[in-house]
Ligand binder design. Structure first.
Ligand code: CMP
Length: 138
């Protein structure tokens, strides 16, 4: 295992529920370090570009609308095997399939409004971190 970095987004549904601190505690309690962070309201262009890989999917437009519906908390998490560990802590994309105790099982409302995003590979983590953070912030 290696020390890796991954991008995390706490989505508008979780920000609205006032659970940013509870979610960050899950990361920190699991051994992940928050090494960069910012809170912002995404523009439509940013949300479209960030989720461009899903452009052809039927849920794309609604996903973009959801992601720009409120502020998001974006962070970079660092730790041993951080990408897989974060995905384990988040739970399955669809909260009804997420294991009890995971972030999505506890805080997500639906497959779309699913509380958090986490990078799914070393390559996408690199792309996603540089999408939101400049080199001097990382
Ligand atoms: P995320 O991990 O951010 O990656 C892509 C997002 O698309 C996903 O979380 C959900 O918010 C959303 N998503 C994935 N599948 C569906 C679906 N079947 N219907 C609606 N939204 C989805």
């Amino acid at each position: 295992m290696a020390v890796l970095r991954t991008l995390s987004i706490i989505k508008p549904d979780a920000v609205n529920k006032n659970v940013i601190g509870k979610i960050l505690d899950r990361f920190e309690s699991s051994g992940l370090k928050i090494v960069a962070a910012k809170m912002k309201k995404l523009s439509q262009g940013e949300a479209q570009a960030f989720y461009a890989v899903h452009k052809a999917r039927p849920f794309y437009n609604e996903l973009v609308e959801f992601m720009i519906s409120g502020r998001v908390f974006i962070s970079v998490l660092e730790g041993e095997d951080a990408i897989a560990l974060n995905r384990e802590i988040m739970g399955a994309t669809n909260p009804v399939e997420a294991k009890p105790g995971t972030i999505r099982a506890e805080f997500a409302d639906s497959i779309q409004n699913n509380a958090v995003h986490g990078s799914d590979s070393v390559e996408t983590a690199q792309q996603e971190m540089t999408f939101f953070f400049s080199p001097d912030e990382l």
